[in-house]
Design a protein around this ligand. Structure first.
Ligand SMILES: [Zn+2]
Ligand SMILES: [Zn+2]
Length: 119
């Protein structure tokens, strides 16, 4: 694949990420200010880097399966085919934001985004 440097996403353009098999795409309106390498028992199992966005502002296409942890109100979604975790949402709408696993985006695109570690 050839990438035209002028078409590379900037932090002002919508950016798309995909799971491993390509079934699920996640389009974010903008790059996040930082990405959270959440150290909790769940996220550390798969090394998520969460970018947080206003609820509904990241557009997810493709089939996902939700997993609602007993200790949390949020649903983690993973691709039905490859099992890669793509995002989480709060289905009850208590939280103003949603989380997108930035690991599914091109490393060139997210490379400049700082990583924080916040439980
Ligand atoms: Zn997949
Ligand atoms: Zn976590």
């Amino acid at each position: 694949m050839t990438i035209n440097a002028e078409e590379k996403p900037s932090n002002k353009a919508a950016v798309e990420g995909r799971c491993d098999c390509g079934e699920v795409s996640v389009t974010i309106p903008d790059l996040p200010a930082d990405m959270n390498a959440c150290p909790c028992d769940f996220c550390s199992r798969f090394g998520a880097l969460w970018g947080y966005f206003p609820h509904g502002s990241a557009v997810v296409a493709g089939d996902t399966t939700p997993y609602r942890r007993a200790s949390r109100m949020i649903e983690f979604h993973r691709c039905v085919r490859c099992g890669v975790v793509t995002h989480w949402i709060d289905p009850d709408g208590h939280l103003p934001h949603m989380g997108v696993n930035m690991r599914n985006f091109d490393s060139d695109v997210i490379g400049a985004v700082p990583v924080v570690v916040e439980p």
